[in-house]
Design a protein around this ligand. Structure first.
Ligand code: FNR
Length: 182
């Protein structure tokens, strides 16, 4: 199974990037994960949507080639960061590469809500007509890593909190089943 992961933070020591990297290593026997460089995408411009810059074409092709998408994002001002919305906007115009793609949204924050509000917004974006992704249903499948500063190893290490990892293992298996259902 080929997975493309979008990380909503560009910060070098981002908890969300570290969560994505933890998953890349921990689940390497379950799927092959590439982390997309969404920070390299220019701002969406409708004048260019039918013939976008090469870097956008490459990104859209990676989305098309993936069996599934994982989105690991922080919450910025109760929503998703602009860099992630920008990437999703590119996928939604011209060739609509997210249509029917299985998506697993998750996120980490330092506060108590663990990106809950961002994930609610993200789910709305993912079902907009241009995106039309097939999102892992909520109701127990939300991975909200709160108090992240207590759950990762040092300043730049991976997710090490045992119960969070155990929960993540279960949700990753649920997502794999969801992808296989087609
Ligand atoms: C934040 N942060 C934040 N946290 C939260 O729980 N709710 C929010 O609405 C916001 N808003 C917000 C806006 C902006 C512009 C920044 C930079 C930060 C805090 C945020 O969760 C924290 O910085 C995380 O560590 C960001 O994720 P990464 O970069 O560690 O992955």
């Amino acid at each position: 199974m080929k997975v493309l992961t979008l990380v909503g933070s560009l910060r070098k020591e981002s908890f969300n990037r570290r969560l994505a990297e933890t998953m890349q290593e921990r689940y390497q026997d379950k799927f092959e994960m590439e982390i997309a460089d969404i920070g390299a995408l220019p701002h969406f411009d409708q004048d260019e949507e039918l013939d976008p810059p090469a870097v956008v074409k490459e990104f859209k092709q990676k989305v098309l080639d993936a069996d599934a998408i994982i989105i690991v994002t922080p919450e910025y001002n109760w929503s998703v960061p602009g860099v992630l919305k920008n990437a999703l906007d590119w996928t939604s115009r011209g060739e609509r590469v997210m249509v029917g793609k299985p998506v697993f949204p998750l996120g980490a924050s330092m506060g108590m809500a663990g990106t809950l509000r961002a994930q609610i917004h993200l789910r709305q974006i993912l079902v907009a007509p241009g995106v039309s992704a097939k999102v892992l249903p909520p109701g127990g499948n939300e991975v909200l890593v709160n108090f992240a500063q207590q759950k990762f190893e040092g300043e730049s290490g991976s997710l090490t909190d045992g119960s969070t990892l155990e929960f993540l293992d279960q949700k990753v298996d649920a997502f794999i089943e969801f992808v296989k259902e087609g």
